[in-house]
Write a protein that binds this ligand. Structure first.
Ligand code: 5GP
Ligand code: ZN
Length: 152
């Protein structure tokens, strides 16, 4: 077909993905959410199942699924919004720290395929689990580093 591989095709794919996306529905106010901040490019709202009080999700208003898909400028906007929100979260729920999280793709636990940054306030004794590091030999680290660097 004439439009195959065209801008029109990618636009169409984009529209189809957006149609069923729960976060796009929140952006369009089609379903409710505790929205705490929005600007031209991003939206921030409370996670419906927070790991702790004040657990916020920051999303771009344009639908992208993964880090790989999301343009650099969009990621910068998400980080800028996060930076703005953190002091307000600190003042309102008074955590001892904050973890940021981004589950990139299903294999990493991404359930909603609209990129989102988790802002997760931490509290003393909250038992929130982080991934544990594995003891690794320096040679193994070097091998992996060299391999990654060949693709940059
Ligand atoms: P993921 O595992 O994709 O990184 O995280 C998705 C997050 O979105 C989960 O923490 C989940 O609780 C939250 N979530 C899923 N559906 C909704 C919803 O409809 N509204 C809100 N506010 N959060 C949602
Ligand atoms: Zn979406």
């Amino acid at each position: 077909m004439a439009w195959r591989g065209s801008g029109f095709e990618s636009q169409l794919v984009h529209l189809i993905k957006m149609k069923d996306c729960i976060f796009c529905k929140i952006i369009k106010k089609e379903i409710p959410a505790e929205i705490i901040y929005e600007n031209k490019t991003t939206l921030a709202f409370l996670d419906i199942n927070p790991v702790n009080p004040g657990h916020v999700l920051v999303i771009p208003k344009k639908h992208f699924s993964t880090l790989e898909e999301t343009p650099q400028e969009t990621l910068i906007e998400v980080i800028k919004t996060t930076k703005k929100l953190v002091p307000a979260i600190n003042q309102s729920v008074n955590p001892i720290g904050i973890n940021l999280g981004l589950n990139n793709k299903k294999g990493a636990g991404q359930l909603v395929p609209h990129i989102h940054l988790h802002i997760m306030p931490r509290f003393e004794g909250d038992k929130h689990k982080l991934l544990e590091g594995k003891k690794t030999q320096p040679e193994q680290l070097k091998q992996v580093a060299d391999k990654i660097k060949t693709f940059l």
